[in-house]
Design a protein around this ligand. Structure first.
Ligand code: ADP
Ligand code: MG
Length: 351
């Protein structure tokens, strides 16, 4: 049974950066405004993430690393949010099958923090002879998740990874993207023992400032911005009642920051967030890259950051959120409209 769990966990947690993505989303779901990441050996020896979010109740700690925990947690009362928003309760469970997982957490109402250790979905004693119960300790409001010795029990997974420095750069890439998407949240990332962070963002910036800070001036100086969406007031006016309703069903909004015709880079940089989750869509990527084909010289590529919000019901829940490609209702139509929107902006800018 534990082998099966380990294999299943490997499907969700491919490498340190995929564990980190899950943990970052948890911090953001918890309302954190500060997220600090500490890494040793590319996240394989240690991946620690500290937030100042809502914390986890003492009573929820025993089941935290069980599969499909979300709906069992006393602090998670909004069931509709669970079923529509992609909460599955699989990340911490999976991690506990392929690493040593520890949690230090404190809610506002508790007078001290609690520390707990997990292995294979269960609470375990920190040392032989001790009980597995969470232990009181000092700590600030919020949660620190500590992952040690990732893939210690899955040597094939471990040997498939290239190098600590490669894994570290993937970690920085994930944090960078979430920092662009969450400019009001302060992020930092450092190697354990290092005096200064390799990445650090303030909590007060706007998206454009965050892009400048994280991707540099050469991108930031050539940025355009547009807001798009399915809802057009004037069109809605001539619509019949039921037509309105069917339109409501597939409503979406998108915000895009993208480089103009002056920016030229060899490699396309594409950040796609759907309902605040970092996802990939090769269809969307290709369609948006094509918009630039008549604008940029051959071989040159744009920077595009796109935040799309659609009804959570329209995202294909059969596609596992950690699978690379995401699919959603009316994908072709929405993709075309966004490509058109970018095209129009680029055209008006060049006049
Ligand atoms: P999911 O996010 O899909 O519910 P996870 O395994 O990622 O599943 O997390 C399980 C639960 O643990 C979350 O629903 C949340 O209630 C709680 N949790 C995890 N990380 C944090 C955190 N950093 N702050 C507060 N609660 C957390
Ligand atoms: Mg989660």
């Amino acid at each position: 049974e534990s082998l099966i769990n380990r294999i299943a966990a490997g499907e969700i947690i491919h490498r340190p950066a995929s564990a980190l993505k899950e943990l970052l989303e948890n911090c953001l779901d918890a309302g954190a405004t500060s997220i600090r990441v500490t890494v040793k050996d590319g996240g394989l020896k240690l991946l620690q993430i500290q937030d100042n979010g809502c914390g986890i109740r003492r009573g929820d700690l025993p089941i935290l690393a069980e599969r499909f925990t979300t709906s069992k947690l006393s602090s998670f009362s909004d069931l509709s949010r669970i079923t529509t928003y992609g909460f599955r309760g699989e990340a911490l469970a999976s991690i506990s099958h392929v690493a040593h997982l520890s949690v230090v957490t404190k809610t506002k109402t508790e007078s001290c923090a609690w520390k707990a250790h997990y292995l294979d979905g269960n609470l375990v004693a920190p040392k032989p002879g001790q009980t597995p119960d969470p232990k009181p300790c000092a700590g600030n409001d919020g949660t620190t998740i500590i992952i040690e010795d990732l893939f210690y029990n899955t040597p094939t997974r471990l040997s498939a990874l290239r190098s600590a420095s490669e894994e570290y750069s993937r970690i920085l890439d994930v944090i960078t993207k979430y920092a662009v998407h969450n400019p009001k949240v302060a992020f930092s990332c450092k190697k354990a023992g290092s005096p200064s962070p390799d990445l650090s963002t303030p909590s007060t910036s706007e998206t454009a400032q965050a892009i400048r800070l994280l991707y540099g001036h050469s991108i930031a100086k050539d940025l355009l911005h547009t807001t798009l969406g399915s809802k057009k007031q004037d069109e809605d006016e001539d619509m019949e009642g039921d037509e309105m309703e069917s339109r409501d069903d597939s409503q979406w909004t998108a915000e895009a920051h993208f480089t103009n015709a002056n920016y030229q880079s060899k490699k396309m940089i594409f950040l796609l967030f759907i309902n605040h989750r970092l996802v990939e869509s090769s269809r969307m990527k290709r369609a948006l890259e094509a918009v630039y084909s008549g604008v940029l010289p051959k071989g040159a590529s744009p920077f595009i950051y796109l935040s799309l919000q659609i009804n959570p019901r329209d995202v294909d829940v059969n596609v596992h959120p950690t699978k690379k490609e995401v699919h959603f209702l009316n994908e072709d139509g929405i993709t075309d409209q966004i490509a058109d929107g970018l095209q129009r902006q680029l055209a008006s800018q060049s006049h």
